[in-house]
Each structure stands twice: as structure tokens, then as C-alpha cells.
Design a protein around this ligand. Structure first.
Ligand code: PEP
Ligand code: MN
Length: 262
């Protein structure tokens, strides 16, 4: 059998570079004050992107579900004020155009890994804009399934896709999810897509975040996702894993010793 691997289409220019992009920001957008505080920290550090959840995929329907369009407005305003690009998750096909109108990048969350109608809709909505689509791996998705499903997005003409490993389910309970660091070289061998490592969701606890971030850089990740909140103990989602702005500054300084970070 041939060992030859078919490479995916070439992504839009400028995606895979020697510099590491950081998608930092709170798990959820909770208020303009909260979001702007993180935006100021990110802009001060000279980074380019801010993330934040507007529509939240919560396990429990009684947990905070996100501020919806109000959050999108907060993100747009902060992006304009601080000169940052914005990234948020879209959970529902009906919201794709709305989300695309407010933010620079659209995230597909782990729980929608094989929501093919959502992937197709995102591809359609971003076909002309070529907005970045950050496509997360599902808890139980294989890399082969992930690369196959990526075509649901790219078949409409937007190849500006970043594949984001965020941990998978294994028997190990010491961390929230098991980070599959090998996904970086495997995907790099099999496609031309940039690979992001979300270090916050597999960690589940903020003290593990720096080690996972350094490991991701050592493995050759193109970008990192890191959750940052001005006051994690009162966060409306994922408090235990979010870094404070001071912790984030310290980590970025350490990461800059290892690699060029933008
Ligand atoms: C998130 O990025 O806030 C999120 C919900 O991530 P995931 O889909 O990886 O759980
Ligand atoms: Mn989160």
C-alpha cells in the first residue's frame, strides 16, 4: 500500500508562519468592563487576537449560556478600541451570519465537531470573506475524522481554517481532558493547516497551563488558545482554568523566550 499522503488545499496566505499566534481572552464575555480589561492587557502585550464566548455550549442548561448578541457588540467595540481581532464560537447554523458580521474569526466548538450542517453553513457564510475558522477537535474524534470533516468547511472556498486540539477523553481523570500533543506533528504531516493548541480546556486548572503551553510550542504548534479573566473566582464559566492578566503577562514573557509570539 502506498504511504503517500494527500495534502489538503493550501490555506490562505499568512496562516502558517514561524510566529506563534495567541488567541487569549475570557471563556465567556460577561460585561464590557470585564472584556475590556482583558483586551487592554492583550493589546499592551502587543498580541493581535482576543477570544470570548457569546453563545456558550454548557453541559447544564441552567448554567450561564452567554450574552448572545450583546456579547458580540462588546467584542466588536473592544476590537475596534484596542485594535484587536476577535474570535468567538458559533453553535447554531442560524447564527452564522450574525456572528460573522461582528467578529473576525469563527470558532467551531468540540461539541459541534461532527455537526456537518453547521460546518457547511460556516463554509458558505465565510466563502467570500475568508474569515478564519478555528475548528476544534471533538472529545472522541480521530484526526482522520477531523481532517475529513474540515472539507465540509473548505469545499465552499474558505481554506482559512485553523485546527485546534483541545484535549480528548481518556481514562485519565487527573486533568480535565487529555491533551493529544502528537496531533501537532501528525496534522502537519498530513495537511497544510495550522494547528492551535488550546491549553486551558485540557488543563482544567490554571497551574497546569504554563507547562502545556511550553509543550505545545516545543511540539511545533502554530498557535495557542489561553483563557484569561480579570477575576477568575467570580467567572461565570471555567473559572478554575483561567489565568489572571498578571499570570498571563508572565506566561507570555516566558513563551517569548522560547519562540516568536504575536
Ligand atoms: C471554549 O473555547 O470556551 C469552549 C467551550 O471550548 P471547547 O469547545 O473546546 O470545550
Ligand atoms: Mn471555556
Amino acid at each position: 500500500m502506498s504511504e503517500e499522503v494527500k495534502l489538503a488545499p493550501i490555506p490562505d496566505l499568512g496562516q502558517r508562519t514561524d510566529e506563534i499566534t495567541i488567541y487569549a481572552g475570557p471563556c465567556s464575555v460577561e460585561s464590557a468592563e470585564q472584556f475590556n480589561e482583558v483586551a487592554e492587557c492583550i493589546a499592551d502585550l502587543g498580541l493581535t487576537w482576543i477570544r470570548g464566548g457569546a453563545f456558550k455550549p454548557r453541559t447544564n442548561p441552567h448554567s450561564f449560556q452567554g450574552l448572545g448578541e450583546e456579547a458580540l457588540k462588546i467584542m466588536k467595540s473592544a476590537g475596534d478600541t484596542y485594535g484587536l481581532k476577535t474570535l468567538t464560537e458559533v453553535m447554531d447554523s442560524a447564527h452564522c451570519q450574525l456572528v460573522a458580521d461582528y467578529v473576525d474569526g469563527l470558532q467551531v466548538g468540540a461539541r459541534n465537531f461532527q455537526n456537518f450542517s453547521l460546518l457547511k453553513k460556516i463554509g458558505e457564510v465565510t466563502a467570500d470573506s475568508h474569515q478564519m475558522v478555528l475548528y476544534k477537535r471533538g472529545f472522541a474524534g480521530t484526526i482522520a475524522e477531523w481532517l475529513a470533516a474540515t472539507d465540509y468547511i473548505t469545499d465552499h472556498g474558505n481554506t482559512n481554517v485553523v485546527l485546534c486540539e483541545r484535549g480528548i477523553r481518556t481514562f485519565e481523570a487527573a486533568t480535565r481532558f487529555t491533551l493529544d500533543i502528537a496531533a501537532v506533528p501528525v496534522i502537519h504531516k498530513q495537511s497544510l493547516y495550522p494547528v492551535c493548541i488550546d491549553v486551558s480546556h485540557p488543563a482544567g486548572q490554571r497551574d497546569l497551563v504554563p507547562s502545556l503551553a511550553k509543550a505545545a510550542i516545543a511540539a511545533g504548534a502554530d498557535s495557542l488558545m489561553i483563557e484569561v479573566h480579570p477575576n477568575p473566582p467570580v467567572a461565570l464559566s471555567d473559572g478554575p482554568q483561567q489565568l489572571t492578566p498578571a499570570q498571563f503577562r508572565e506566561l507570555v514573557a516566558e513563551l517569548r523566550e522560547l519562540a516568536a509570539v504575536l
